[in-house]
Design a protein around this ligand. Structure first.
Ligand code: RTP
Length: 155
């Protein structure tokens, strides 16, 4: 699928069950908001294990796949779509390295998590994954296109 140049860049971000249970939703949302990214979809979902397996299908041959899918389906997940220039790559930068032991302080995982199996947040790793993950988690009608008042000061 071709992404036209006029289409705004969007990424799929999810706060995993550990982040939700630890009360980190507002803290994490505020980091994306303050940066200047725009929230275009958000919902709290309880994914089934089958759904988690779909989300992580790329990792199905990894030894931690089963435990990872059990974990993702163990409680509510806050699913979101964020929009803005460079949001896919920079969103990953805000999140930090996969293993919180290697994430820099100042990143979400660096500041708020300790081990790789409980790293509180997920972010799409590229344009294709972003498109696929947004389509997996959201209906097209759940994505809200709008102009924010901040945009004329951001761009
Ligand atoms: P994510 O997709 O969640 O943003 O993470 P990522 O791209 O930084 O990392 P990836 O390699 O795609 O791994 C996905 C998630 O699997 C869990 N994981 N556990 N050795 C382990 O136990 C292990 N390695 C990875 C993490 O929750 C990671 O976020």
């Amino acid at each position: 699928q071709e992404v036209s140049a006029a289409e705004p860049e969007r990424t799929f971000i999810a706060i995993k069950p550990d982040g939700v249970q630890r009360g980190l939703i507002a803290e994490i949302l505020s980091r994306f908001e303050r940066k200047g990214y725009k929230l275009v979809a958000i919902k709290l979902v309880l994914p089934s294990k089958e759904f988690a397996q779909k989300h992580y299908h790329d990792l199905k041959d990894r030894p931690f796949f089963d435990g990872l899918c059990d974990f993702l389906s163990s409680g509510p997940v806050l699913a979101m779509v964020w929009e803005g220039e460079g949001v896919i790559k920079y969103g990953r930068k805000l999140i930090g390295a996969t293993d919180p032991q290697k994430s820099e302080p100042g990143t979400i995982r660096g500041d708020l998590a300790v081990v790789v199996g409980r790293n509180i947040i997920h972010g799409s790793d590229g344009p294709e994954t972003a498109k696929d993950e947004i389509a997996l988690w959201f209906e097209p009608t759940e994505l809200v296109s709008y102009t924010s008042n901040a945009e004329k000061w951001l761009y």
